[in-house]
Design a protein around this ligand. Structure first.
Ligand SMILES: [Zn+2]
Ligand SMILES: [Zn+2]
Length: 946
């Protein structure tokens, strides 16, 4: 078998389809992992890296005294499978293979992924032939060529990737741990520091500081409006910016009619067609269309995987001679851009445009096959269109502009106007994404007099530097050698998810800034790009086999140790510094009750809420959903009404959940429940709000004196309000308990939401456990619950609901367990089942059971379930017991059971109906009859003796 190992499942399938040349492809699944076979060939896809490097055991405890953050620098690492199913399938297939071709992506990362596969294969099959196929697009032409010209794996390239991996782990883990521990942060709140991440964040922080330090300067500009052939034309003073107002005013005042044309210069300007896309220029162009860097890369990778475009991670801006440009044009002629393709073919420039960077790995990004909007969806199609049009533009002629510069004079002051007209649109025909605008001026003749319609003296201010957009930042990172084409957008996404930066354009958060400024003060090596640039050059040396991986890692370890010398010496200062400055990041604004500060508080065990700085004097607080639903953070939006910052819940891999203004949220989410209080009306609701009472619970907790005073109510009305609030609160508790009960039992399933079921149940009037316990299977099924679940839910609802009831009634937990286990779930059962049966089922003593039965029946207002036991004096009870014990076969336990049936001595046993006694005592009828016979016999004997 020939096994082909691709980087992802989707590429494995496409490779099989293309290399199979129309043969039937058989898809097999092994533990959820697909393989694709045709003839003697099988393809399998990895999931990028299927192993990951991590420290050897012992380093996972952050607070270990032995394994300090610094010890991570020299810690041994191992490779651990992260995709176990894929690893074991790969090894299973590798045992049977005669040849294995690694067909992962063609770059450093892909080479490393390939090497990981290589090592997994070698571990189980040391002899199999392993080769490597390299291609830049998943198309028939590229694959056919790549698989007929396979080479060896490039171990030097993979080693460079491995070195980067090890160094990133070592820097990231040790520094993150050090800074987080120093600032006493843990869990979701850790402060991450990284080799590329921190210098990048520093750029954003520096820019923000420059903006803050910026002092705007005033300047003045003069322009005037004139008219020619009925068209209003604006012309500008040639001096440009005036920095002194008097000079500007003078020029303004001197400007007098007429405006005379003194010179007309016309010319042409060539407008070069754009160069081919590399990753960075592609991201910049996509950003103009509104795509974030990460999104642009994700879509491009998808398009690559499906054979629509070439590999999108490239530094190359020059088409290699081997690239069949005509072939590509022919292919994409079948796309919706037929007209543009044909225009390009007809107007083809002699040599395609070229950028500054030429590398040998991948060609620039170009289309690889035709796509339609229907096939790939709107967003992907917009990106596809961008790539197609850029490709066409690089093959299209330059554009030509006619330029015009007119000089005027008015009262001795000089003015000018410039115009531009596209006379040969060239590449603009196929590439509408550039911003070139025409300004067409009418014809002017030297000496011509024109009227001045208006002179404008504008006062302006110089502007601070702009914040970075994601695409601008990626360009800057590239210039500084930070990160690689494959990682830059990921680094930015990480800064955002770490809450170090926010917004578009990007600005640092308080934490981001605190961490960077603290590091700058104590170990600026971590925030400067130099060290990471050095590493990039070392990586290059590894790729060229001029240095070994071990050597480079050793040097990096040395650098990091130096950083730690400084950091450890300043640990306390760094910690206090960051802590002090970041406390503010959770503040939301003034407490509506006391004027203190309210802030988000994160507690142990994922609980979080908003509380007041004046606690315990002020008990104002707002509950928040548990942090597992999202970690609460502050955003910059401020509520107009309450002047509070908004709150957002953020969770990895999920859309953020915007709570908005916490007080608006509190008011809105309690509106409904407050309205449930019977004595509530609009006037009272307004009064309550004005007194900063927001929840039913706050009312229920109040004393009637304070409430009466605060709301200006009579005492009895206040008391009623409190009582009402108490019962609403109970109802709310029962409802939320019912919701929780259902959510725990409704297993999430595709196409079914527990929210929907709960709504349906609500419409049916079932909102509490009691309703659930009293409903029937049909109703539950109607709400969309399956047959099996219905049974289980009904039983468990009964157990839970009645269990609570019984507990309230006073049945101790231990006994309750026994009843529930015996199926005695409904309190009614206590009153309509013989006590003896209850004893038998639960194994509890008759006296205990009887006590419970009394409790339940009294609670339910039911007649006591037992023959009325007359209170008998202790002495006669003793006497009766003695009599009974004298009968053969009577035990203490039996006497207790008999007492349940009202039998306390031999004579009432003898006169009782055996069946009734048996039912009420749980003793078999035969036994009762036996006892009665024995008593009768004894009585007869006694008479005879007399
Ligand atoms: Zn307060
Ligand atoms: Zn508000």
């Amino acid at each position: 078998m020939h096994l082909i190992v691709a980087e992802k499942n989707i590429s494995a399938r496409r490779i099989a389809e293309i290399l199979g040349h129309g043969k039937r492809i058989v898809e097999n699944k092994d533990a959820g992992v697909s393989t694709y076979s045709f003839g003697e060939t099988t393809t399998v896809g990895l999931r990028g890296h299927v192993v990951e490097i991590d420290f050897v055991e012992g380093y996972s405890n952050w607070r270990s005294a032995e394994y300090t953050p610094r010890s991570l620098i020299d810690a041994k690492t191992i490779k651990i499978p992260t995709e176990k199913k894929i690893v074991s399938l790969l090894q299973k297939l590798a045992r049977k293979a005669e040849r294995i071709t690694i067909a992962t992506d063609f770059d450093t990362e892909g080479e490393l992924i390939g090497k990981e596969a290589y090592e997994l294969v070698r571990a189980v099959n040391p002899k199999v032939i392993i080769d490597r196929a390299r291609f830049s697009a998943i198309t028939s032409q590229e694959l056919t060529h790549a698989f007929s010209h396979t080479t060896d794996l490039d171990f030097a390239l993979a080693a460079a990737g491995e070195a980067r991996q090890s160094i990133d782990l070592m820097w990231g883990a040790s520094l993150t741990r050090f800074i987080s521990l120093a600032a006493r942060r843990g869990g979701q709140n850790i402060l991450s520091v990284g080799r590329v991440q921190s210098p990048t964040l520093t750029m954003i922080v520096d820019r923000e500081k420059a903006i803050e330090a910026f002092v705007p300067e005033k300047y003045w500009q003069i322009s005037l409006d004139t008219e020619k052939s009925g068209e209003l034309i604006e012309v500008r003073h040639t001096h440009g910016r005036f920095h002194e107002k008097p000079a500007a005013q003078l020029a303004n005042d001197r400007t007098k009619n007429p405006l005379v044309v003194t010179d007309v210069k016309s010319g042409t300007k060539q407008d070069r067609a754009p160069s081919p896309f590399d990753t960075t220029s592609y991201i910049v162009a996509a950003a103009h269309m509104g795509f974030s860097a990460a999104n642009a890369m994700r879509i491009a990778e998808d398009l690559y995987m499906n054979g629509y475009i070439s590999y999108p991670r490239t530094d190359n801006t020059v088409y290699p001679p081997s690239l069949n440009l005509d072939g590509i044009l022919k292919d994409i002629r079948n796309s919706p851009f037929k007209k543009d393709v044909e225009w390009t073919m007809a107007n083809r420039r002699a040599v395609p445009t070229r950028g500054k960077k030429s590398s040998t790995d991948h060609p620039p990004i170009h289309p690889a096959g035709p796509a339609t909007r229907e096939a790939i969806g709107d967003d992907a199609f917009r990106i596809y269109e961008l790539v197609v049009r850029r490709f066409l533009a690089t093959l299209s002629p330059d554009a030509l502009w006619k330029t015009l510069k007119i000089l005027f004079v008015a009262g001795g002051e000089e003015y000018t106007a410039t115009g531009g007209q596209l006379i040969e649109p060239g590449w603009h025909v196929v590439y509408p994404f550039s911003e070139a605008k025409e300004r067409i001026l009418p014809e002017f003749v030297v000496g011509e007099h024109l009227p001045i319609k208006k002179v404008t003296l504008d006062e302006k201010e110089t502007q601070p530097p702009a914040r970075f957009t994601q695409s601008k930042l990626i360009q800057m990172m590239e210039e500084l050698g930070l990160g690689t084409k494959s990682t830059r957008h990921e680094v930015i996404a990480k800064l955002v998810s770490r809450k170090y930066v926010e917004g578009t354009p990007l600005r640092p958060t308080l934490v981001g800034r605190a961490v960077i400024e603290s590091l700058e003060q104590h170990a600026d090596m971590i925030t400067k790009p130099d060290m990471t640039q050095t590493l990039e050059s070392h990586m290059q040396q590894i790729k060229e086999s001029n240095r070994t991986r071990e050597d480079v890692i050793k040097e990096s370890q040395k650098m990091l140790h130096q950083a730690f010398d400084q950091l450890e010496a300043n640990e306390l200062v760094i910690g206090e510094d960051i802590r002090g400055r970041t406390a503010e990041e959770m503040n939301l604004g003034k407490c509506p009750v006391c004027g203190g500060t309210i802030a988000i508080k994160h507690m142990r065990g994922n609980s979080q809420f908003i509380g007041c700085s004046q606690y315990p004097t002020c008990s104002f607080n707002i509950g928040l959903p548990n942090a597992q639903w999202g970690f609460a953070v502050r955003t910059d939006d401020i509520c107009e009404k309450h002047k509070l910052n908004s709150v957002r819940l953020v969770r990895k891999g999920a859309r953020p959940w915007d709570i908005g203004c916490p007080l608006c949220h509190q008011i809105n989410s309690n509106k409904e429940s407050l309205a449930e209080i019977p004595s509530m009306n609009d006037k009272l609701a307004a009064k309550i709000l004005a007194q900063h009472i927001y929840t039913v619970a706050e009312i229920a907790r109040s004393t009637h004196e304070t409430l009466a005073k605060r709301l200006d109510l009579p005492l009895d009305a206040a008391q009623k309000l409190i009582t009402d609030a108490g019962s609403v609160l109970d109802k709310l508790r029962r409802r939320s308990e019912c919701r929780k009960f259902m959510r725990e039992r409704l297993i999430p399933r595709k196409g079914r939401s527990s929210a929907k079921i709960l709504t349906t149940l609500k419409e049916m009037g079932i909102t509490e456990l009691s309703g659930l316990a009293h409903t029937d299977a049909e109703t539950l099924k109607k709400a969309g619950i399956s047959d099996v679940e219905t049974e289980q839910i009904l039983t468990e609802a009964k157990i839970t609901y009645y269990g609570q009831k019984l507990k309230e009634i006073g049945i101790p937990a231990v006994s309750l367990k026994k009843y529930l286990a015996a199926g005695i779930t409904d309190p009614e059962m206590f009153c309509n089942r013989p006590t003896a049966t209850l004893c038998k089922l639960t194994g509890m003593s008759a006296a205990t059971v009887q006590r419970h039965v009394d409790l339940v029946c009294t609670f339910l207002n039911k007649p006591l379930n037992k023959p009325a036991v007359k209170k008998i004096p202790k002495a006669s009870a003793q006497k009766g017991k003695k009599e009974l014990l004298a009968i053969k076969g009577v035990t203490d336990a039996m006497i207790e059971k008999l007492s349940l049936a009202g039998i306390t001595n031999t004579s009432n046993l003898l006169s009782a109906d055996a069946e009734t006694v048996a039912r009420n005592s749980g003793i078999a009828t035969v036994k009762i009859k036996e006892l009665q016979a024995a008593i009768q016999k004894k009585k007869d004997t006694a008479i005879i003796q007399i």
